[in-house]
Design a protein around this ligand. Sequence first.
Ligand SMILES: [Zn+2]
Length: 368
Amino acid sequence: MDIALVERELDRARRAFGLFFEIFGQRGSAFAPALDAYDAIAVDCYRAIRQAAPTLFRGALLKPLCYMEHGYSPATMRRGIVLSRLLGEANPFPIIRIPWDRDNPWQAVFLHEVAHNLQADLGIWQENRQAVLRRVLQDTADAALTQTYGRWHKEIFADLAAILLGGTAAAWGMANFLANPATKALTYRPGSAHPTAYLRVFILAEMLRRMGFQQQAEQLQTVWRQLYESANPSRLPARLRQSADKLIPRVVDEIAFQPRRNLGQRALVDIIPYTPQDEARIRAGAKTLTTGKIPKDLPPRHLVSAAAFALQSGKIPARQLSNLVVRYLSASNDPIPDIPPLVKVPPLRSPTPIPRAVARPKAAAIAS
Ligand SMILES: [Zn+2]
């Protein structure tokens, strides 16, 4: 036997152990409940699609798994992508990285990360890109603009899907996340997959408008314009600045409202429906949260938005709100039913409680 091949397999095993130990090991730490809560939100985003379009995902999928690591922003490694740190093995399930200081369950940007995984698992990555390229070229006949929006396709998709998952609060949450100093927010970075932040919020506002939240859209645009009115606009190339008003509505229309073959000729807005009734329930849920109670009619993805509104109201301390929501979501994320023991075990006289997160890691559970 070639000893080099044996060594390679050992290295592979070591790397797999290292990656997954670092991720799963956190389930035995104080961060376990927050991670469990994030898992519950991620699974709910998949559930939303399974409810609206039951046959789109083929069978059961390993659910996304969240972990914490230093970083400015959350990030994700999609299912199936080849990881160099695993010597070219495919990533078996979506992994979502959350920065240590973002363990509170009202981050709209988390919905954005889940949406990247939805796009990949729905198999519309390429189809979405092609559609954006075609539409922008058709509408502008400008090759440079076409290339730029084509490169931005997945980030715009994730932003729009995040709004469908979380409603108006998700748009405000994303804007909050993107509200950096003008030198950063207005700077176009050639080759970047991320749209220039300044433009990105107008894309969010357009999505709100198309979903029927006209007033919120206007408000978001006004706030955003005021934030950057004294900034030097020349950081943004003229062709991007001048085309934005005309092009953004078309790109939003293409990504969210046009049918896709891999979605069974349905559009993104059909498979993640979001209605004014959902928005009203979230607003009512926010009020319930401020009284220290959980609005149990809200699915986890909508609870994110209700928590954001509750926080914004200032009527409940952040720590209390976070604990309330994390505890509830963590308890709700319990897909593995307890299996009754085959033989009856007499109870211990003084049972030692085992921390839940350590006792029952649920990360590898199958999402339905
Ligand atoms: Zn992204």
